[in-house]
Every structure is written in structure tokens, then in C-alpha cells.
Ligand binder design. Structure first.
Ligand code: GLA
Length: 536
């Protein structure tokens, strides 16, 4: 794995440009970070000795060898800001300050992470009555704190929370996080990992600022919490790309979940390329949980050089099947998760054509680490309640895709902050093929849906069939590689279930980009589209 500094340049906006050749890989981006964070177990009750012990345990438990490298100090280290605006650490909890502590972490060959708030007060000051968290946030002290955290104390990562900035100061997220990123870049002459902690997908702007962004409220060590966060991330695969990831929050492995629940938790965090920050006490972690956290095959899915998040290819019988390319784009190897979130047994059937695999397909179970033989045409698994089966498939052939679901699209205007009434989003629809449609696309030329991975082996003429929910006064503009598709006649009366509209389009060999939207009117709710080659 390439180390951070070798890939990163000095500014964050450079990160997305770094699709250079590294260690001989055709394209490589920083994988999600792996490490430990203090919050889940200790909340604000942290101290220097405790952090050192956890850092030591990271090594002695074999976690560093497994790839975990960050020791992140969350809320609770703040002391006060003095009259000159200088921030001080908590006099009892961190009497030696954080410079020597980050030095200790670095001396173990690990990286050090810190925490702050975009406003004046920390979340701990509000929710944990930690009075030392008052007036210690970044607001008004962006450069001073950046200088302290990264130049003086030498931290490598920062998580920036939003309690003080949001509920207290009502700041606008994009503007606020951009100001902070700019201040860090101007003050610090080396790369700093930034995590946006705004408890909901903040908008596609986040990738220009942060390496990861939280997509949900805080996790807790309960099945419902784990299940809820997975649900929130199921349709966000289009936003996790090239070193920028959806953060499903710190891990609750080793904190009382049942074995199969832990497998779901770790397995899904891995295949969905979330940062992996362990949240338990590493000195007392149960053996089975430790072994799960060290599962090489699952970690490889998480740290895969393509940096992709698995997307939902099928949602039936209350279960989900997710898939992603691994190792090399469009190769014959793919990773698949069969996930049963329900409290009853569920049978999940996968037609291998639907994940573009043909011929004989070799199956490896990644949780158990064993080959399970070969499959042809299809796979069916019966899953116990609250369980997952994660497999790697190696097929004889990779087939050309036929169908693209609406819920796989990248929506440049998507956000989960709840600030707009008619916000473009992935909505439930009983009639839609994957039970999801895109709602509220259109109304402006910026609010469109994009599939940037429409693949044709040879290129040529195709029949494009779009399925949608018809409604009055909707318009649809479709664009293939920058060329407008003409002659699309939509049905205009609602209440008829799914309708389709067809056109002929030209695809080039390789990747194509299809965009759908409507620059003045709303577009209809979109369900999916198919592409059938036309023989001439
Ligand atoms: C918020 C964050 C948590 C944690 C606490 C600290 O709730 O979402 O992850 O950092 O603040 O107070």
C-alpha cells in the first residue's frame, strides 16, 4: 500500500488529480483510512495514558500489521483558549500536551488524528456537558489551530464536527468547510486528511474538501444502528471514488454485538469502502472480534486500489445483493455481498448475467476464507436473519452490461442535509425494478443524473429504453457523450405504473457517459434504462 505522503501533494484539491501510476498500478488512489478512535468507548473521558495504551495495543494485537495505522483522539482533549487565542489541552487529562503524544504515536510507526468543531463549541460541550469544550472550536481560529494541530503538534488527520457551527451558529456547510480547508492548506505545507462530520451526506462538493464525510447520525453498539447506517449508504456508491469515501462512522466491533451482526457490520463497512476506525478497547477486545477485524480478504476489499463502493444490484425478499469491481476495472473478478437485514430467514437469488459474469464462475467465501466450488448461470443463498455472505467471484467471461438502474446514477445536486423542499433523491417505489427511482431531477441544467460507466465492448448503434413513472408536464432530455438524443415522446398521464420510451443511440467502444435531466421542467421519476445492440 502506498504511504500517504508519497501520493499526496500539499493541497487537498490536488488529491483528486492524483490518478497517477503508483507501484505499477494503472490507477491508484488512497484507500479509506484504517485505525482506532477514542469516541465510542470513552467519549470525553480520555487521558494521555489511555491513548498510549491503545496505541501500544494496536501493535501488540497485530492490528498495525493488518493495516490499521491511525490513532485518532476524538472530543475530550480540550482545555481552554487563552486571552491570546491559543488553544490549550485539558490540564488533568493531557498534562503533557498533545505534541509529545502525537510524537509517541509516530514513534510506533502509526499516524495521529485529532478532532475539532467548525463552530466555537464542541459537541461534547453540548451533549456530554464537557465545559472545556466551550470556545475551543475552529470558528475565528482556523489558521491558528491549523498551525497548532499540524505544524506544531504534527497531526496527520482531523475530524471536523458541526454541533457548534450548525445548531449554534447556523453556518452554511459548504462555505464553512471550504473556509477551513483553505485555512489548513494555506497554513500547512503537507497533506492533511480531513473528515467532514455533519451526520448526513453533505453534497457532492465534499469531495473537493475531504477524504471522507459522515453520512449518518452517531453509531451505537446495537443492531438497529448498524442496520440503519447500512441503509443510509446503500444508494451512495456513485459518490465514493478516487480517494473520497462515504464514512459509515467508527466501528462497534468488540462492543457486544452478536457474532453474525459483527460480520454484517465489518463486511458491509469493507465492501462499501468506509473508513475503518475501531472503536472498542483494544486491550480487552474479544478474540473473535479481533480476528474479524484482521480478516485479510475483507480488508483487501476495503483497501482495493479501485476505491469503489459496492452498489445494490438487486433488492428482493427483504434482502440486498451488492457488487463491485475489485483489483482491475471490468475484469472477470468481482466481489459480491448477499445481505439479509431482516429478522427472518431470506433466500436471495442472483442471475450471474445481472452482474455481467459468464461461463464457469469460481466462488470464494471471504468471511470463512474458503473456496466453495464453481457456479454456472446463477447463485442462491439462504441467509439466516441479520447475516451476510461475502464472496469473490472469478468468471470465465465478463459480459457487456444490459441494464442500468436509476439508483446507480451520480446526482451532482444530491444532498441529505434536508435544506431543500424538492431535493433530488433516490426514492422508494414499489413499481420500480430495484424498488428505487430518482425523484426531483430536472428544473435546471445542473440538476441531472449521470451514469459515467456505460460500457460497450465494440461500440455502435444501440436501442436505449428508459423506464419511468409517467406524469403530466414532465420533460426528459437525454445526452449520450455530449450528443442530445432527439425524438423522445413521454407518456404524460400518471397512475399507470412504469412506462418506457425508446430511442436509438450511438455508443463508442469502452466507457460512455449518459446524462438525463430537464433544464426547465421536472423530469419524470426515473427507474432504469437498458441498452440493446442493434445489428446492422
Ligand atoms: C458528534 C460526532 C461523534 C463524536 C462526538 C464528540 O456526536 O458525530 O462522532 O465525535 O460528536 O462529541
Amino acid at each position: 500500500m502506498p504511504s500517504l505522503p508519497s501520493i499526496f501533494k500539499a493541497c487537498a484539491v490536488c488529491f483528486s488529480l492524483l490518478s497517477t501510476t503508483i507501484n505499477g498500478l494503472a490507477s491508484s488512489f488512497d484507500p479509506p483510512i484504517m485505525g482506532w478512535s477514542s469516541w465510542n468507548t470513552y467519549r470525553v473521558n480520555i487521558r494521555e495514558e489511555l491513548i498510549k495504551k491503545q496505541a501500544d495495543a494496536m501493535i501488540s494485537q497485530g492490528l498495525k500489521d493488518a493495516g490499521y495505522s491511525f490513532i485518532n483522539i476524538d472530543d475530550g482533549f480540550f482545555g481552554y483558549r487563552d486571552d491570546d487565542g491559543k488553544l490549550h489541552t485539558h490540564p488533568e487529562r493531557f498534562p503533557g500536551g498533545l505534541k509529545s503524544l502525537s510524537g509517541y504515536i509516530h514513534s510506533l510507526g502509526l499516524k495521529a488524528g485529532i478532532y475539532s468543531d467548525a463552530g466555537s463549541n464542541t459537541c461534547g460541550s453540548i451533549w456530554d456537558k464537557d465545559l472545556n469544550g466551550i470556545g475551543v472550536g475552529l470558528y475565528g481560529y482556523e489558521k491558528e489551530d491549523a498551525d497548532l494541530f499540524f505544524n506544531e503538534w504534527k497531526f496527520d488527520f482531523i475530524k471536523i464536527d458541526y454541533c457548534g457551527a450548525g445548531q449554534e451558529l447556523s453556518l452554511e456547510e459548504r462555505k464553512r468547510y471550504t473556509e477551513i480547508r483553505d485555512a489548513i492548506d494555506k497554513t500547512v505545507g503537507r497533506p492533511v486528511y480531513l473528515n467532514i462530520c455533519r451526520w448526513a451526506f453533505p453534497g457532492t462538493w465534499a469531495k473537493n474538501i475531504a477524504q471522507s464525510w459522515r453520512i449518518s447520525e452517531d453509531i451505537s453498539p446495537t443492531w438497529n444502528s448498524v442496520k440503519h447506517i447500512i441503509e443510509k449508504n446503500l444508494y451512495l456508491a456513485a459518490y465514493a471514488k478516487q480517494g473520497h469515501y462515504n464514512d459509515m462512522d467508527m466501528l462497534e466491533i468488540g462492543r457486544g454485538l452478536k457474532r453474525e451482526e459483527e460480520e454484517v457490520h465489518f463486511g458491509l463497512w469493507c465492501i462499501m469502502s468506509s473508513p475503518l476506525l475501531i472503536g472498542c478497547d483494544l486491550t480487552t477486545i474479544p478474540e473473535a472480534s479481533l480476528n474479524l477485524l484482521k480478516n485479510k480478504e475483507l480488508i483487501a476489499l476495503n483497501q482495493d486500489p479501485l476505491g469503489l463502493q459496492a452498489y445494490v444490484v438487486s433488492h428482493k425478499n427483504g434482502g440486498y445483493i451488492l457488487v463491485k469491481d475489485v483489483e482491475k476495472e471490468r475484469s472477470n473478478t468481482r466481489a459480491v455481498a448477499f445481505y439479509n437485514p431482516s429478522d427472518t430467514t431470506c433466500s436471495l437469488y442472483l442471475d450471474l448475467k445481472d452482474i455481467e459474469l459468464g461461463g464457469k464462475v469460481e466462488v470464494k467465501d471471504l468471511l470463512r476464507g474458503r473456496f466453495e466450488g464453481r457456479a454456472i448461470n446463477s447463485l442462491t443463498y439462504t441467509l439466516a436473519p441479520r447475516s451476510v455472505k461475502i464472496i469473490k467471484l472469478k468468471a470465465e467471461k465478463r459480459l457487456e452490461p444490459v441494464k442500468y438502474e436509476a439508483e446507480w446514477a451520480y446526482l451532482p445536486e444530491y444532498s441529505d442535509l434536508g435544506t431543500k423542499k424538492k431535493q433530488v433523491h433516490y426514492a422508494y417505489s414499489a413499481e420500480a425494478s430495484g424498488k428505487r427511482v430518482i425523484r426531483f431531477v430536472g428544473g435546471s441544467s445542473e440538476n441531472y443524473a449521470e451514469w459515467d460507466n456505460v460500457y460497450s465492448e465494440k461500440g455502435g448503434k444501440y436501442e436505449l429504453t428508459i423506464s419511468y413513472l409517467p406524469e403530466a408536464q414532465r420533460k426528459l432530455e437525454v445526452d449520450v457523450n455530449g450528443t442530445k438524443v432527439t425524438g423522445l415522446k413521454l407518456e404524460t398521464f400518471g397512475g399507470k405504473g412504469i412506462a418506457t420510451v425508446t430511442a436509438h443511440v450511438n455508443l463508442k467502444a469502452g466507457k460512455n457517459i449518459i446524462k438525463m435531466g430537464s433544464s426547465r421542467y421536472w423530469a419524470p421519476d426515473l427507474d432504469a434504462f437498458t441498452l440493446k445492440p442493434l445489428r446492422e
